[in-house]
Design a protein around this ligand. Structure first.
Ligand code: FES
Length: 105
């Protein structure tokens, strides 16, 4: 198992939004849907744009790249629409009390 790293408190990300964190060389978009958190690589696999600046599609569990509109599954990291064709990494999230943590590989 990798390192468990605290990103923030539960209340620091609003439902339906994403926030970027840079930790130990990993650039992570932390996404909140309701009371659930998802962590996905923040750098779009098409070009270097920040997925955390895109819209969160709550029902689909996807995030939309703000540059060209590819959406990525928060569950698998796979692109759901062009122009991106390669997945972005996803990270396991663990919530412990008020702490939102990710497992780094
Ligand atoms: S930079 Fe994300 S879809 Fe082009």
């Amino acid at each position: 198992m990798g390192a468990l790293v605290r990103l923030c408190g539960r209340g620091e990300v609003d439902p339906g939004t994403a926030r970027r964190f840079d930790v130990d060389g990993h650039r992570i978009a932390l996404v909140r849907i309701g009371d659930d958190f998802y962590a996905i690589g923040d750098e779009c696999s098409h070009e270097d744009y920040s997925l955390s600046e895109g819209d969160v599609w709550e029902d689909e569990h996807e995030i939309e790249c703000p540059k060209h509109g590819s959406t990525f599954s928060l569950l698998t990291g796979e692109p759901q629409t062009l122009p991106a064709t390669k997945p972005v990494p996803i990270y396991e999230v663990q919530v412990d009390g008020d702490d939102v943590q990710v497992v780094l590989p």
